[in-house]
Ligand binder design. Sequence first.
Ligand SMILES: [Zn+2]
Ligand SMILES: [Zn+2]
Length: 137
Amino acid sequence: MKCPRDQTELKIEHHMGIEVDHCPDCNGRWLDHHQLDHLEATVPSTEEERRATIMYGERTGDLKCPTCDRKMTVFQYRAYHLELDTCPDEHGYWLDAGEDGHVRDIIEERVKGLARAADAEAGWGRFLGGLRGKKKR
Ligand SMILES: [Zn+2]
Ligand SMILES: [Zn+2]
């Protein structure tokens, strides 16, 4: 398989417990369609937290799928400012150098955001409980 950016032969690499095709030239990585889920799962989070739609603002990009040579779709990953390329036939995702780290950061941020929301809800519950407590007296 060849790098969609510079046509360098991709090398199989074990990255955070998953097998990815890595370009030694530009440091990009090719992930099979299901491997993005695996990468996301390397961050402690529940399936529910990760289930939200991940593709926004789709458009046809310039890179070609290393598996089938079709032009890939560029999309905003989970509406964050991170653009990934994916094959329209679901062969996989192309992550430029460092983008896999961004994916993990985004998931971590999401999990923290949800934890904060849960905290706020619990705090609000205590507040309401306090009000009810006062009413009884
Ligand atoms: Zn490359
Ligand atoms: Zn493809």
